[in-house]
Design a protein around this ligand. Structure first.
Ligand code: ATP
Ligand code: MG
Length: 465
């Protein structure tokens, strides 16, 4: 449904049109002459403008010119009196979407409005696709020079040009989608669509229509033909995101298309064949899910031809300064705040934190800091990492320890504080000690005294430091 402006100096006609279109679910506004219409256009945005060609004040052509100048994506439909078709043709040349000759049936107008709205929607989708392809996924937008990331990029460069199916694994926020886009963008399919399907959000009852599309009238509510994701991706790449979050039923359906490479639109008779390159991503351990029977083994092998493991941010801390600077620059431009960077002590904290939410968490923290900061350098206090306390918060601040009504030994509180600090520091003792303002020797002693257990494989790392 759209926002529609109706400009006509013929009161009865204008009101009748407004009533009918409102009943059809649109949001309408009326203007009794050309000048009023132009004023409305300056005030707000309309999806569609219906304008009489000949009116008092400014005429329809001026309404058209104003609409196109202010909002190029607004569709203008002109209404002409019988006999003025030549002017209408002129109007089409200056960018009108369509015209109707008076008198007309309301249905005829409704069809034209639907077409205009549909076109806008498609343009919107195209813009979005182009934006994601050319902007966000450029190789040079992938920040970082750590060995861990370099390894990933080497594989990306190797597989991009082939048609191989790629499975990208990694914790949340590690850049899986970014890498999927980079693969597409650097492939021979780059000029075609990169279509993302979020498998976690697929509703089972709409699954087929979403993936394969439907014909008009295929089921109640299918008032238009719909092109499914597979078809949209024809010649390009289909990105199956969160592939570990599909129901058994959905897994079976996806597997079938992957095997047969063909499908029918819902309610359609024609079998469609598409040529898509598959890229899948997940933060789940699919191999474990296969052994526990939660993920189909045959689908797993079909998806896992080449796999790429995204390193968590805590394993590539060398990249933190560059990423942080990159996000500061980006958000200072987006939020229109002049920023010079990050204070050294704040940067030190960024390096020490263990980033459970990875790059997305870093991105969000910097965005919030740029928004909140009162100086041109991000300070320690601007970073509210993990919403836990940061050094520098004074003792009058919110309570940081909750004593259970039944009481708790002080030793237990100390134990929990140590574990919390170690977790935040990725189990690096020296960093945890710094968080708690004690010496490495003291923390080492306390860890032994309180018998704090390290997760497997962490102790060695910790002791080298
Ligand atoms: N190397 C990088 N350089 C710049 N920005 C990055 C980099 N890696 C990730 N990002 C940004 O971090 C955010 C998270 O990345 P992305 O969405 O690709 O992660 P994801 O692994 O798909 O996460 P999720 O599992 O939550 O879907 C995005 O805004 C992305 O642009
Ligand atoms: Mg993702």
């Amino acid at each position: 449904m759209g926002r529609i402006l109706i400009a006509d100096d013929h009161d009865a006609l204008r009101r009748g049109l407004a009533r009918a279109l409102t009943e059809a679910g649109h949001d309408t506004e009326e203007a009794p002459n050309g000048n009023a219409a132009i004023a409305r256009l300056h005030d707000g945005f309309f999806d569609v403008v219906l304008s009489d060609l000949k009116m008092g004040g400014s005429d329809g052509l001026e309404v058209l010119r104003t609409a196109k100048a202010l909002h190029p994506s607004t569709a203008v439909i002109l209404m002409t009196a019988f006999g003025s078709v030549t002017t209408a043709v002129e109007a089409m040349k200056s960018g009108a979407f369509d015209f109707v000759q008076k008198p007309f049936e309301i249905e005829e107008m409704e069809v034209k409005i639907e077409k205009a709205l549909e076109l806008r929607r498609m343009r919107h989708e195209l813009d979005y696709l182009r934006h994601t392809q050319n902007d966000i996924y450029e190789f040079d937008r992938i920040i970082g020079s750590s060995g861990a990331l370099a390894k990933v990029l080497t594989v990306v460069r190797k597989v991009a040009k082939s048609n191989t199916t790629v499975l990208i694994r990694g914790e949340t926020g590690t850049g899986k989608e970014l890498i999927a886009g980079a693969i597409h963008h650097n492939s021979l399919r780059a000029s075609r669509n990169f279509v993302r399907v979020n498998c976690a959000a697929l509703q089972e009852n709409l699954l087929e229509s979403e993936l394969f599309g439907h014909e008009r009238g295929a089921f109640t509510g299918a008032d238009k033909q719909r092109i499914g994701r597979f078809e949209q991706a024809d010649g390009g790449s289909l990105f199956l995101d969160e592939v570990g979050d599909m129901s058994a039923n959905t897994q079976a359906k996806i597997l079938r298309v992957l095997q047969e490479q063909e499908f029918e639109r819902l309610g359609g008779t024609r079998t469609l064949k598409v040529d898509v390159r598959l890229i899948a991503a997940t933060n789940k351990n699919l191999a474990t899910m296969v052994s526990s029977g939660q993920f189909r083994e045959d689908l797993y092998y079909r998806l896992n031809v080449v796999s790429i493991d995204m390193p968590p941010l805590r394993d590539r801390k060398d990249d933190i300064p560059a990423l942080a600077e990159f996000f500061v620059r980006r958000f200072s431009a987006e939020l229109k705040r002049k920023m010079d960077g990050i204070r050294p002590d704040a940067l030190k904290l960024l390096l020490r934190y263990n980033w459970p939410g990875n790059i997305r968490e870093l991105e969000n923290s910097i965005e919030r800091a740029v928004l909140l900061t009162e100086s041109s350098l991000i300070t320690l206090d601007d970073l509210r990492l993990g919403e836990t306390i940061t050094p520098g918060v004074d003792s009058d601040g919110p309570s940081i320890v909750r004593i259970p009504p039944a009481g708790i030994p002080l030793e237990e509180i100390e134990r929990r504080a140590l574990v919390e600090a170690l977790k935040m520091s990725n189990w690096v003792q020296k960093d945890a000690a710094e968080l708690l303002s004690i010496s490495p020797r003291v923390i080492n002693y306390k860890i032994k005294m309180l018998k704090i257990e390290f997760p497997k494989g962490r102790r060695e790392v910790a002791e080298q430091v």
